[in-house]
Design a protein around this ligand. Sequence first.
Ligand SMILES: [Zn+2]
Length: 78
Amino acid sequence: MSKHLDGRPKPVNPVWYRKQEWLQLACRCGHRAPLHIGALALQHELASTVRLYQVVERMGCHRCGRKPVGVEVKDRRR
Ligand SMILES: [Zn+2]
């Protein structure tokens, strides 16, 4: 079993380790945002050692601006 890699509760993997995958952020307002991790890394010029949860901490909801309350790592957009 490698289920401990599913990213919950805190995705501690370095961003580049997960760059083919998707972050699914959920906000209290109901907004959900699938974000491609590789695209995020390029857009924000993230160092290879930055961890996913550190990225999430900087994100705000596109709709209301609050911090995401839930985060999942998925291997495909959904
Ligand atoms: Zn929101």
